[in-house]
Design a protein around this ligand. Structure first.
Ligand code: TMP
Length: 208
């Protein structure tokens, strides 16, 4: 089986990182080679860009700058990690990808979605995830979980209405692309979310 590109999305505190570790374990136990990575980040340059985006040194960054930095990190990530891993037959599990740009820069910050599509077409050249899991939970639940993790980054400091817009765009995109996207109710105990994710992967493996 050739490599598959799976992305995991969701608002703050949706439990993506915990579930990604389980997903890796599940796939490796079935003999697949897995590359687990994240955005923004996943490369040395991308991680530097991540610290610019999430840190507070440039709090008033222009929206265009923010969006271009996200895509600069993504271009590097695609070139150095994602495309080579897929070509080598790995399953790439990526913690956030371009749906996050639609949700955060588009929904949250109000950037016209067509501008994101222009950058997406340029940087990805047609490459899209094969499967996207959107972990969905009420904003208050996610923010409460994220708050327990410590100091808020530049996005976590936004107000509740921002995260409601992020959530709405995620759900909208997932509903418009049901072949690629699955919405997972993340407002449940970790073991229940894990069981649903594994059922989705089992079905996915069965269809490949
Ligand atoms: P996280 O991956 O640790 O949850 O945090 C990454 C943050 O970066 C999160 O608040 C969402 C934000 N982000 C964007 O705003 N646009 C993007 O395209 C990506 C990938 C992430």
């Amino acid at each position: 089986m050739s490599g598959q590109f799976i992305t995991v999305e969701g608002g703050e505190g949706a439990g993506k990182t915990t579930q990604l570790a389980f997903m890796r374990e599940y796939l490796e136990q079935r003999g697949h080679r897995v590359t687990l990575t994240r955005e923004p980040g996943g490369t040395a340059l991308g991680e530097e860009i991540r610290s610019l985006l999430l840190g507070h040194r440039h709090d008033g960054m222009a929206l265009a700058t923010e969006t271009l930095l996200v895509f600069a990190a993504r271009a590097e990530h695609l070139e150095r990690v994602i495309r080579p891993a897929l070509a080598a037959g790995h399953w790439v599990l990526c913690d956030r990808f371009t749906d996050a740009t639609y949700a955060y820069q588009g929904g949250g910050r109000g950037l016209p979605l067509e501008r994101i599509t222009i950058l997406e077409n340029w940087v990805q050249g047609g490459l899209q995830p094969d499967l996207t899991l959107v972990f969905d939970a009420p904003v208050a639940v996610g923010l409460e979980r994220a708050g327990r993790r410590g100091a808020a980054d530049r996005f976590e400091r936004e107000e509740t209405a921002f995260f409601e817009r992020v959530r709405a765009v995620y759900l909208d995109r997932a509903r418009q692309d049901p072949d690629r996207c699955r919405i997972v109710n993340a407002d449940r105990p970790v073991v229940m979310v894990r069981a649903e994710v594994e059922a989705i992967l089992a079905k996915w493996l069965g269809c490949r």
